[in-house]
Design a protein around this ligand. Structure first.
Ligand SMILES: Nc1ncnc2c1ncn2[C@@H]1O[C@H](COP(=O)(O)OP(=O)(O)OP(=O)(O)O)[C@@H](O)[C@H]1O
Length: 351
């Protein structure tokens, strides 16, 4: 059975350094939850504490309501998949998957049945007698997952498991992991620095920076409603207009910026005189929009296939779908752009 994972003011100090700072959160049973953040933000440390390879220096971790303090990794209802998978190269696929069951003394016939079921689950029934070294990267990935699921963990912990794969395979595996999670109902806790992975797979995402859990929410809420400058900049591309709040009213703020007065949402209740930054996604900065109108010279444009990205003076970027007849972003010429105030968010400028 899958179980919820509760972090209660969890802190991890290494000497004077605080790797994880007072993180509180409940990951629901059966949820696909991702911790997303840049290198060094504390994601791996959180995963190690949940799996029992490290004890927090403060706070508590409960799984299915039971306090995990003092309970070693083998006694916890968790399984961990590392970045390098750590499959045994000299064993066959079936031996790899059955390894944890053998260690636990599961009889051979039961073990074989379970291995067959798991190979069906990851759609690789024909590979049972192959050596893992004869498999492709994506196949090895699936075998590592089957091996982790063999011992029927309530919670599967995944430490950047796709980072060694090439781009196409990585994108394909996202869908497979998501599907596998739905089918098994096991709680997945996934860590990644790749926002695309987090956004496509997760029920909810916890965005981390410098040991702090900055925001928790589903993909659209984190992308469309960032609550800090860090989240706005780290999740997705964004334009930023630095300035000072000139006016503020219920839910709205007007900023004086290098591009004139610009208006956006004001979820953090910024007041006149506050330093602030207005964030606008490139796909929301559009041609022929009169609200929050501005002019900027096009420096260059990149053709990306499905999209055209136009780069403008002032560090701005506008993204439009490529429909065969691209709009007039002509390098060297001035473009008149704008954005709806509802598509912009003013947040305290990052220190
Ligand atoms: N055993 C340790 N001793 C001392 N400092 C550590 C130890 N483990 C991690 N740290 C420090 O804690 C911070 C968080 O590290 P952590 O590995 O959790 O980050 P991360 O977000 O997983 O990064 P990455 O994606 O690079 O693995 C870093 O500053 C790291 O140097």
């Amino acid at each position: 059975m899958s179980q919820d994972v509760q972090l209660d003011s969890v802190t991890m100090r290494f000497g004077a350094a605080v790797a994880v700072n007072n993180v509180s959160l409940t990951i629901q049973a059966g949820e696909f939850f991702s911790f997303l953040g840049p290198s060094g933000c504390g994601k791996t440390t959180i995963l190690r504490m949940i799996s029992g390879f490290m004890e927090p220096t403060g706070g508590a971790i409960r799984i299915g309501g039971a306090d995990m303090r003092g309970i070693g990794p083998n006694k916890r209802p968790t399984a961990l998949i590392f970045q390098n998978l750590a499959l045994f190269p000299l064993m066959t696929v079936a031996e790899n998957i059955g390894f944890g069951l053998e260690v636990r003394g599961v009889p051979s016939a039961d073990r074989q049945r379970r291995v067959r079921e798991l190979l069906e689950l990851v759609a690789l029934p024909e590979t049972a007698e192959k050596r893992v070294t004869d498999l492709s990267g994506g196949q090895r990935q699936r075998i590592a997952i089957a091996r982790a699921l063999a011992v029927e963990p309530a919670v599967l912990l995944l430490d950047e498991p796709l980072s060694a794969l090439d781009l196409k395979l990585r994108q394909h595996m996202r869908a497979e992991l998501r599907e596998l999670q739905r089918r098994t109902g096991v709680t997945f806790i996934y860590i990644t620095h790749d926002q695309g992975e987090a956004l496509t797979m997760s029920d909810r995402i916890g965005v981390m920076s410098r040991g702090v859990l900055e925001q928790v929410g589903d993909g659209p809420s984190v992308y469309d409603h960032p609550e800090s400058a860090f989240v706005a900049s780290f999740v997705g591309e964004t334009n930023r207009f630095d300035g000072t709040v000139a006016e503020s009213a219920e839910g709205w703020a007007v900023l004086d910026t290098g591009f004139g007065r610009l208006r956006g949402r004001n979820p953090r209740r910024l007041a006149p005189g506050d330093r602030a930054t207005l964030f606008v996604r490139p796909e929301r900065l559009t041609l022929g929009q009169d609200e929050n109108a501005l002019e900027a010279r096009v420096s260059h444009r990149d053709f990306e296939g499905a999209f055209v990205n136009a780069f403008l003076d002032g560090g701005l970027m506008a993204q439009v779908p490529h429909l065969g007849h691209d709009p007039a972003f002509i390098p060297g010429e001035s473009a008149r752009l704008g954005f709806r105030a509802a598509d912009a968010v003013a947040l305290p400028t990052a220190s």
